[in-house]
Unconditional design. Structure first.
Length: 313
């Protein structure tokens, strides 16, 4: 199968018929073999009934319905599990992503040699103050942190080799960082394509301030996990030891000062309490790393590694 299109959605009843017709037309014009997996993330409107109707008319359309709203990452993760196409393309269901971009994205994967191609909505129709400016700040921080030179991490229109989506797990709000997850899994050929951003035709935006804040928190999480997920002691132990040594040196300095100046009272010096606090923090960090190592070594996936190829085994 050439292409799997994964479409996560929440309350998009108005756009689904038009979107499905558009995708079908693009696939027929290019003679692609395809499937479209629509994941209903706990919609409260008639989205699921419309998906059922579409799948009866065109069996290339398939559906997954969540009992409640779990979020876009969960929807993508289930879609990736079910995907069978050589190229997996994700797009939003609100008609702001154009299915006409599908052939170009596929070509960059098949003929361009990329593992991941992320869309870049260079010209946007969103509110500049509430969405565009926060998005630019978010993308700048994500670029600097991940060392992946993409302009638009949060663009829903992306393409992947099938092997990529089968090698990663998307959870929480990590759908913004799928290129980072792919890089972490060893897929380093990550490209970008300028895509059309269309004005919203139906429904309302799901963007809110909480998503912006959560995006930064998830960025810190994935940065930490990617570096220290299997060796937490290297982080907590290092800084714990550093804090403890600093506190110990302050204490030793105060003791020497007491020996030189008999009338000097250790407990009257603020440095005494600072040194105790720093040493306690250091011990707590060290113990956190120790506990993290125990958890990691007893985890069921502690020795799960992605193997690209085997010979003779």
């Amino acid at each position: 199968m050439d292409i799997t299109v994964v479409v996560p959605l929440f309350n998009e009843e108005e756009s689904l018929p038009e979107l499905s017709d558009w995708i079908t037309r693009v696939m027929k014009e290019n003679n692609f073999t395809y499937e479209v997996i629509m994941i209903d993330d706990g919609s409260t409107d008639t989205s699921w009934e419309i998906i059922q109707h579409i799948s009866k008319i065109n069996t290339n359309f398939k559906g997954i319905k969540f009992q409640r709203n779990y979020g876009k990452s969960a929807a993508l993760n289930e879609g990736f599990k079910a995907a069978k196409g050589d190229v997996v393309i994700t797009m939003d269901a609100d008609m702001q992503d154009s299915p006409d971009e599908i052939p170009g994205l596929r070509d960059m994967i098949i003929h361009g040699g990329y593992d991941v191609v992320s869309g870049w909505k260079k010209k946007r129709y969103d509110n500049k103050l509430t969405k565009n400016l926060p998005s630019k700040l978010f993308n700048a921080v994500a670029r600097k942190s991940s060392k992946i030179q993409l302009h638009d991490f949060n663009c829903g229109l992306k393409a992947y080799r099938n092997k990529v989506v089968k090698s990663i797990e998307v959870f929480g709000e990590m759908h913004r960082y799928i290129p980072v997850l792919a890089k972490w899994a060893g897929f380093r050929k990550i490209g970008e394509k300028v895509v059309e951003h269309r004005p919203r035709k139906y429904g309302v935006t799901k963007f809110g301030l909480n998503r912006f804040v959560n995006g930064f928190l998830d960025l810190f999480t994935i940065s930490f996990i990617s570096k220290f997920g299997k060796r937490p002691m290297h982080f907590f132990g290092l800084y714990g030891t550093l804090f403890f040594i600093i506190g110990l040196l302050i204490i030793l300095f105060l003791i020497v000062q007491k020996l030189v100046l008999p009338h000097f009272w250790l407990t009257n010096s603020p440095a005494f309490y600072i040194s105790l606090t720093v040493m306690i923090i250091g011990m707590q960090l060290f113990l956190a790393g120790f506990v993290g190592e125990l958890v990691t070594r007893n985890a069921s996936e502690r020795n799960v590694y992605l193997i690209e190829e085997k010979i003779g085994v």
